[in-house]
Ligand binder design. Structure first.
Ligand code: NDP
Length: 497
């Protein structure tokens, strides 16, 4: 097992440049989802701990130790962080697999992407920004971008390192100070990231990490008046709660929420390519991916052939512990989440769906203590069923049929979500036409899942508000100020006396 520097007793929180146990001394076990074993213990922070982190962050912001330094200087810290992520890549990869369960191959991609994200924002903030306007003499008008202040960042467990970095890198690049909360299920790689922040000498109080239950610590971050913005990734239900909570102090809110994304396969698509990407779309990350292609819509003339081939290949997916070299799909993140996914499979059958393959927890070949579920396919589904409408967040896909382009678009847009969507066709015009009709923020033609630090990530409808990554992701963490300068300093003379 990989050792954590500060994990002798527990994972500590990082507040004002110091590693702290929870004020109450409480801890919570952190499990390896492949074995059910306890890996370590994480500090169970309280409202008092969250407040300490918020005040540290506020003091650092007001002192200007980060917001007032040049973009060049901030960028040099971000570049050092990226280099350290590369230096510790093997360790981070193994830790991510141990804590989240994902195969080493997936974890390795996340780690490389995390370093690249810091480098991207280090470069971006040295670009020109702001605007000037021609207005009536003798005024000079301009617009500048400024940090928002103290940013509360709350992240989930499906990409423990990468989701942290998607928020932390642009928030810090923009000159904010941060109060960060990892998921209690997966605090290990975020802790390692904060060890890196300490190692590169980030000024005290700029980046603070507090652990603890979402409804306690997360709620305090979302409600506290000294937090200027809250950026959250996670479930839509929690996102709605955070939005309501943040409304009382009129915080800026950025939300990356769930999805039930359609993957549309037309009869003229390259068949094997479509099957291959459809498998990748749902089973990568064991389906615990916000953009997962969890609804496959297939044109009726190839429906039976597609289901047959998809099922044949789904059955061959090698499910096992993430650190096993042959593993292609890992476990679910927790026992509680395993139960939720199994509940949905049962519910689907009660609603009238048929299990075409999978459908069960895996309890043999040494996997019985882990949280493994077979790659599962549900057919005979109707649009109004809960398994079609709700995010399952596991290796469970529904395959629906459609008769023409119009029906495909209608079904695709027929949920409350609007995160992602894919279209497979060899007709270029049709591919673009259909993608343009999707009410989704992230789309692919003849592909599924690739994402880039340069491109905005986020959803329409109940999949969220705002965007991560790209220039848009930096702007999320910036205020906009207009500055009007009088170039001829004399009274205006509006009033006569
Ligand atoms: P949540 O959305 O509840 O958790 C995400 C983060 O929010 C965690 O850090 C969590 O803390 C925190 N949190 C929870 N409640 C609050 C609150 N009241 N105020 C502030 N922060 C809070 O995810 P769950 O683990 O409960 O998963 C539920 C479902 O959400 C999943 O089954 C899936 O459908 C969806 N989901 C979607 C994700 C996405 O990327 N779109 C990612 C994860 C989940 P804590 O550590 O205590 O859990």
């Amino acid at each position: 097992m990989v050792e954590l520097k500060n994990s002798v007793i527990n994972l500590k929180m990082y507040i004002n440049g110091e590693w702290k146990e929870a004020k109450g001394g409480e801890t919570r076990p952190v499990y390896n989802p492949a074995t059910g074993e306890v890996i370590t213990y994480a500090s169970e922070g309280s409202v008092a701990d969250a407040r300490a982190a918020i005040f540290a962050s506020r003091n650092a912001f007001e002192a200007g130790v980060w917001s007032d330094i040049s973009a060049q200087e901030r960028a040099s810290y971000l570049l050092k962080i990226a280099d350290k992520i590369d230096e510790y890549a093997d360790e981070l990869t193994q830790l991510e697999t141990m804590d989240n369960g994902k195969p080493l191959r997936e974890a390795g991609f996340d780690v490389a992407d995390a370093a690249s994200c810091f480098r991207y924002y280090a470069g971006l903030i040295r670009n020109p920004d702001g605007q000037t306007y021609h207005v009536a003499d003798p005024m000079q008008a301009m617009v500048v971008r400024e940090p928002i202040g103290v940013c509360g960042l709350i992240v989930p467990w499906n990409y423990p390192l990468l989701m942290s970095v998607w928020k932390i890198a642009p928030a810090l690049a923009a000159g904010n100070t941060i109060v960060f909360k990892p998921s209690e299920l997966t605090p290990v790689t975020p802790t390692k990231l904060f060890e890196i922040f300490e190692e590169v000498g980030l000024p005290k109080g700029v980046a603070n990490m507090v652990m603890g239950a979402g409804p306690v610590v997360g709620h305090e971050i979302a409600s506290h008046p000294e937090v200027d913005m809250v950026s959250f990734t996670g479930g839509t239900k929690t996102g709605k709660h955070i939005m309501k909570t943040a409304a009382d102090t009129m915080k800026k809110v950025s939300l990356e929420l769930g999805g039930k994304s359609p993957n549309i396969i037309f009869a003229d698509a390259d068949f094997e390519t479509a099957v291959d990407y459809a498998l990748f779309g749902i089973y990568a990350g064991s389906g615990q991916v916000c953009s997962a292609g969890s609804r496959i819509l297939v044109e009726e003339s190839i429906y039976d052939k597609f289901v047959e081939r998809f099922v044949e290949r789904a059955k061959n997916i090698q499910v096992g512990p993430g650190d096993h070299p042959k593993t292609e799909m890992g476990p679910l993140v927790s026992k509680q989440h395993l139960e939720k996914v199994l509940h949905y499979i049962e519910l689907g059958q009660k609603e009238g769906a048929t299990v075409a393959c999978g459908g069960n927890r895996i309890v043999d070949n040494g996997l019985e203590n882990g949280y493994f579920v077979q790659p599962t396919v549900l057919v005979d589904v109707k649009q109004e069923m809960r398994i079609v409408q709700e995010e399952i967040f596991g290796p469970v896909v529904v395959i629906q049929r459609f008769k023409d382009e119009e029906e495909a678009i209608k079904l695709a847009n027929g949920t409350v979500y609007g995160l992602a969507g894919g279209v497979f066709t060899n007709d270029g015009a049709k591919g673009l036409r259909v993608v343009k009709k999707l009410r989704s923020g992230i789309t692919w033609v003849n592909s599924y899942h690739p994402t880039y630090n340069e491109a905005p990530w986020g959803g329409y409808k109940q999949s969220g508000i705002g965007r991560s990554l790209g220039t848009f992701g930096l702007e999320e963490f910036q205020e906009i100020k207009q500055i009007n300068v009088n170039l001829q300093v004399e009274p205006i003379g509006w009033f006569s006396n």
